[in-house]
Design a protein around this ligand. Structure first.
Ligand SMILES: Cc1ncc(C[n+]2csc(CCOP(=O)(O)OP(=O)(O)O)c2C)c(N)n1
Ligand code: SF4
Length: 554
């Protein structure tokens, strides 16, 4: 089998293909996007006719994945951590119905919020739904967990949540791939209705099945090769100590370490010659309680290393008898917010801290900005000028996308950005509270992700709002994926019930500046729901198209 230098995201994608994947259903979001993009551009995936078209949002993605799994095929659904909030209804209920074809849901969490509005830890969701969670400590494990995960998912009859973080998704390591498996045939389960119709009488039965499964999930965690107890060994030229069965705890080993997911990797970096403490590596949940107790019995103190929330630290406190000291993010040994790295892990271990990982001086820090020539700039220019000249009390509720950069100088054009879709709904609420004018600015992809239902609420409520759908015909912020909205926005707005004469279209260019200002003014003055759709292709995707057309014509 071949060895490849893969990003964590690529390792996951390749493993899914190799394991017999039939479809990937996702919505883009950093740091998960490259998983689906890898499958979309894989020749093997194309030969195998693996479905990989982007979905409108994460909820439609998980539900479509469930449909494929229902038919017996192996399926993947990928999203960033906040995407799982959007998919949560589907996610929680897939844990009730169970699945047929193997199903893996990838959540790419973003501690330190490199490109997100929060740093939620979605291991909590796995616990909430009571399904197994895998958390790789390196790219090879990410590959193996997905490759083997499909068999486990089918054996258990439940989806698996694979939790990675930004550093795992976006760093490379050598990965050994395995043999290519055939795809599953279409095969619907007998008596499928007794699983998939979650009427209360059936749901109660399914919940009992899920509760009964917990024993099996726990046993699998206890025996998992991904959860291992290591005890200190004499240094052996550069290798971490080998897994070891611990028999007679003496209680004199001092600090024991629990290292979850990628934190185990950081720990290894700090002990290149083998661990000096007993270490429990955890990469599969539910928490392996017996192994944890084995560790705690041999130590006076436990240090928990986990990227994200103090999930294990809190649970551990619940299991243990009083007296054992637990250190981690809750007592301040480690930073409560932000990601782990080899340096802060080193500090928590009481080792001398070096500055290996400082940003090199050659890298100049630069605030993000809208590209020169971006259509969103023309929209903000006209909007700002109208507000400055005539509507000083205006509030602009915005959303998530490149256009959020309108918050920064030189525009400082927006007053909010909370979650995908919140621009339209917040504008309505603010308008009903008495703010005038209440204006929403939303991108095309965000509109079809979560804005359409808010628009329907506005129409039904006859809200007095102006909604600007700044359409660049792509999902710009995440790298220019196709947008489900392209070519549909006018008709969607009309279908939802916005008066056709108050759905206005314009090309946001300097030459149309005066016309755009007039349009904004007129629609602010209209007492009702109005929509302006400034539409001009993102110049980055446009440049890429021109480049590839030139290449093809050579
Ligand atoms: C629930 C959720 N899913 C995904 C993302 C990642 N994300 C941020 S903005 C965005 C869409 C941006 O596209 P669009 O609205 O068209 O605006 P553009 O960036 O093209 O200006 C996505 C997918 C997110 N922040 N939240
Ligand atoms: S990537 Fe496209 S949408 Fe985003 S700022 Fe640049 S030109 Fe504008």
């Amino acid at each position: 089998m071949k060895k490849h230098l893969f990003l964590g995201d690529e390792a996951i994608a390749q493993a899914a293909i190799d394991a017999g994947l039939s479809g990937v259903y996702s919505y883009p979001g950093t740091p998960s996007t490259e998983i689906t993009e890898y499958i979309q551009s894989s020749r093997l995936a194309q030969e195998r006719k693996i479905f990989s078209k982007w979905c409108s949002n994460e909820k439609t993605a998980v539900e479509t994945a469930l449909g494929m799994s229902y038919a017996g095929k192996r399926v993947l659904s990928c999203m960033k951590h906040v995407g799982l909030n959007v998919a949560a209804d589907a996610f929680m209920n897939v844990a009730m119905s169970g699945i047929n074809g193997g199903m893996i849901i990838v959540t790419a969490d973003d501690p330190s919020m490199h490109s997100s509005q929060n740093e939620q830890d979605n291991r909590v969701y796995g616990n909430f739904a009571q399904i197994p969670v895998f958390e790789p400590s390196n790219q090879q494990e990410a590959y193996d967990m997905v490759y083997e995960g499909y068999d486990l998912s089918e054996k258990w009859g439940y989806p698996i949540l694979l939790r990675i973080t930004t550093r795992m998704a976006h760093s490379r390591a050598g990965v050994q791939t395995r043999e290519l498996k055939p795809q599953n045939p279409v095969q619907v389960e007998e008596n499928a209705q007794s699983k998939y119709i979650l009427l209360p009488a059936i749901a109660r039965k399914r919940y009992k099945v899920l509760l009964d499964k917990q024993k099996e999930f726990l046993e699998a965690s206890e025996n998992s090769k991904y959860n291992q107890l290591f005890t200190p060994q004499p240094p052996k030229g550069g290798v971490a100590s080998q897994p070891h069965s611990v028999k007679s705890p003496s209680g004199d080993l001092g600090v024991g370490i629990v290292a979850c997911g990628i934190a185990f990797n950081y720990l290894q970096e700090n002990y290149p010659n083998g661990f000096e403490h007993p270490v429990l590596k955890i990469s599969q949940y539910p928490l392996p309680k017996k192994k944890l107790l084995q560790l705690t019995e041999m130590c006076d103190e436990i240090l928990v290393l986990e990227d994200g929330f103090p999930v294990v630290e809190e649970q551990l406190k619940g299991y243990l008898s009083v007296g054992l000291k637990i250190r981690g993010r809750l007592d301040g040994t480690l930073n409560r917010a932000g990601e782990l790295n080899p340096d802060n892990v080193r500090k928590a271990l009481g080792l001398e801290v070096t500055t290996h990982y400082a940003v090199p001086e050659i890298v100049e820090s630069r605030p993000p900005a809208l590209c020169a020539g971006c259509g969103h700039r023309d929209v903000y220019q006209a909007l700002n000028d109208v507000i400055k000249e005539e509507y000083k009390a205006a509030r602009v509720f915005s959303d998530i996308g490149c256009y959020t950069l309108g918050a920064l100088p030189p525009f400082r054009a927006i007053d909010s950005c909370i979650d995908m879709g919140a621009s339209i709904t917040m504008a309505r609420g603010a308008s009903e509270a008495g703010i005038f004018p209440a204006i929403a600015v939303i991108g095309d992809s965000t509109f079809t992700h979560s804005g359409m239902t808010g628009l329907l609420d506005c129409v039904n409520a006859k809200a007095n709002v102006l909604i600007i759908i700044s359409d660049n015909e792509t999902t710009g912020m995440t790298g220019g994926q196709e947008s489900a909205a392209t070519g549909h926005i006018y008709n969607i707005c009309k279908g939802i019930g916005v008066e056709p004469e108050h759905i206005r279209e314009i090309v946001p260019l300097k030459k149309n500046y005066k016309e755009m200002k007039a349009m904004v003014r007129e629609e602010i003055e209209y007492q009702g729901v109005s929509v302006i759709i400034p539409c001009r292709e993102c110049i980055q995707t446009y440049a890429r198209k021109v480049k590839s057309a030139k290449k093809e014509s050579k």
